[in-house]
Design a protein around this ligand. Sequence first.
Ligand code: NAD
Ligand code: ZN
Length: 354
Amino acid sequence: MKLSVTLPNKNYDLLIEKGGLTHVGTWVKSLWKPQQIVIISDDNVENLYGEQVEKAIREAGFEVSLIAVKPGETSKNLATAEKIYHYLAECGMTRKDGVIILGGGVVGDLGAFVASTYMRGIHFLQIPTTLLAQVDSSIGGKTAVNTSVAKNLVGTFAQPDGVLIDPNTLLTLEDRRLQEGMAEVVKAAAVADKELWDLLSTIKDEKDILNYSEEIIFACCKVKRNVVEEDEFDTGIRLILNFGHTIGHAIEQTQGFGVITHGEAVAIGMCQLTKNAEKLGTMPSGLLNELESMLTKFHLPIHLEEWEEDKLFEALTHDKKTRGDSIHIILLEKIGKAKIETISIEEMKNYLEK
Ligand code: NAD
Ligand code: ZN
């Protein structure tokens, strides 16, 4: 399945295909002329897929090497970026060469940040290997690293030359990672794709997703592609993808990153917002029920045992996206249709009630 992304300064394709990794060499050759390639990955993904990808690209006529970082969010920083810059320089990489990013959202954000800043930007391709990266982070061109002050504080907007998604890579993913990816899938369906919601309704659990992975990933990529085409630099409609995220980020911060996954926090965030929106009459009733049963089916949490409104409010007002007196919230008009509303920080308190 192919999906084209058309932006003012760049067009490229997302290729979604089970077993796509087996012809990664042909894919790269169809996009780039023979040149030097560095693959950026993490240790886990290197162990699983590094050799296969490196070999296929070499056989396609490229000079190729691989650098792997330590898995996890702690690698998404400037110090690791610097190590990769040095590696690229040692390999003699120039702007005629290219980087391939193989892994989840962490190496996706980090690798694309490095590629978009090394020598003021070199070409790169994305091969996302987690569900979260396949349905969300590898599309849209946002790159980032964290600093000690905040997550994703430093970054660029940079689009790849292509994205190859092989849903078979999900077979090696831990259950909890698959589940958290499902939170973003449910979100995409809830805000913009009723048909996808209906498809998800027919699915048993997150394992069953693997039987429909191409269709599901394609639908999510399409939702994201559509908003990115309309709003490449994230100043308008793209905000709808933040459904459940304002509260979700506050939950991640107060629980501690790593204790709760991003997807779990977003699942709780969507339910919390919807519960209070129904009470306040800003969302039609019945949606909470639908969301809760969908998320529970994928073994995602729908509420926190300990809910500390004050702490959450504090975390929320410190979030870099909520500076000022007002805040954007994303509400559902119905399943498959979202709207953006601006409310005061004080009004936001109503959505945090237990
Ligand atoms: P991740 O990259 O850390 O991957 C999770 C874990 O799964 C890692 O340990 C990794 O080694 C392992 N892994 C990856 N693929 C695997 C596979 N196929 N089989 C087995 N193990 C595998 O985390 P993530 O959840 O993919 O991404 C999270 C990051 O994405 C965060 O830093 C977040 O800020 C970022 N993000 C970016 C955007 C964006 O628009 N740029 C959007 C959403 C999230
Ligand atoms: Zn998210």
